[in-house]
Write a new protein. Structure first.
Length: 291
């Protein structure tokens, strides 16, 4: 099995769409006419949820004429959020067929299919013509990609001159072993967490200039704490809290934990401990291709 196949297997759920729709229905939502907020952050698979996506988008100067590529688009929450915020067109690409099918289905239900599309594929051999996008985003995906240089070169080829590439990945900040499972990997074979320096080098070598960088450890820990306390800072109220508590019965409550399956609690606990000990942190990086 290739690493890409192992990564896709790690994210395989099997019944994720049905589980999400059942949870939304149990919360009184109409599954045929979903609004992005109805999922309460369950389709944003990264630390800080919807707020993290908005914070990243705020630095991208998005306009309705632009076409953005979201690499490792997951359940499609960030792609839909970026399109809804700015009116831009978004194409998402992801290794997981289950996630791509689910993202297409949810986008259709939300009436965004005219602007947001998804296809299956890998980040280091992106199947698009050169210079076809104005912006690219990568949220919590690089931890699954060993070849950071291949990634940045692949993205650089697709971007028009002066375009921006925004990364929001979990990066290594200190010493210490990673305890598995983590949200992005069941074990070390598919986990490629690197320090910010590795990203900087790969971006610069590919022809990008890094124009902004921000460590978001405190924000991530506050989001997790708010979720535990039921304050839900990562989106609508209780988005995170629901995900971290076991359901007494019936469909699992809506929240980012749904996509992580049965071991969600352990994955979140392991990641929280690594964040608290300063071993890893989510870092934003905005890179610009030459004019
Ligand atoms: C933690 S999820 C993040 C999903 C989404 N970016 C979000 O923030 O909601 C990581 C996603 O990256 C995808 N992925 C991992 N490695 C990839 C690769 N080499 N090419 C494309 N997608 C990849 C996974 O299938 C998964 O959907």
């Amino acid at each position: 099995m290739t690493t890409d196949q192992d990564v896709a297997l790690h994210y395989r759920h099997g019944t994720l769409l049905q589980t999400l729709l059942a949870a939304a229905t149990a919360m009184g939502k109409d599954p045929a006419r979903l609004q992005p907020a109805d999922l309460m952050g369950a389709d944003e698979f990264h630390l800080g949820g919807v707020r993290a996506t908005r914070d990243l988008a705020a630095q991208l100067g998005l306009t309705p004429e632009m076409h953005l590529l979201d690499i490792g688009s997951g359940l499609g929450g960030p792609a839909r959020q970026l399109a809804a915020m700015s009116g831009c067109r978004v194409t998402g690409i992801d290794l997981s067929e289950e996630f791509v099918d689910l993202a297409v289905d949810l986008t259709d239900r939300m009436g965004l299919a005219d602007r947001v599309a998804f296809r299956q594929g890998g980040a280091t051999a992106l199947p698009f013509p050169a210079a076809s996008f104005d912006r690219a985003t990568l949220l919590h995906v690089g931890m699954n990609i060993a070849d950071k240089r291949g990634l940045t070169q692949s993205v650089h080829r697709l971007l028009r001159p002066g375009a921006l590439f925004a990364i929001y990945d979990v990066m290594r900040c200190g010493l210490g072993a990673l305890d598995f499972p983590l949200p992005w990997a069941s074990g070390p074979d598919t986990s490629f967490v690197e320090p910010a320096e590795a990203y900087r080098e790969a971006l610069t070598e590919a022809g990008f200039t890094i124009i902004a960088e921000r460590n978001r450890a405190r924000f991530a820990l506050e989001s997790l704490a708010a979720a535990r306390d039921g304050r839900g800072s990562s989106g609508p109220p209780s988005a995170g809290s629901a995900s971290l508590r076991p359901a007494p019965s019936g469909p699992p409550p809506l929240g980012p934990g749904i996509a992580m399956g049965a071991s969600a609690g352990r994955k979140i606990a392991n990641l929280t401990s690594l964040l608290e000990r300063g071993v890893v942190a989510p870092v934003e990086m905005i890179a610009k291709s030459a004019d």
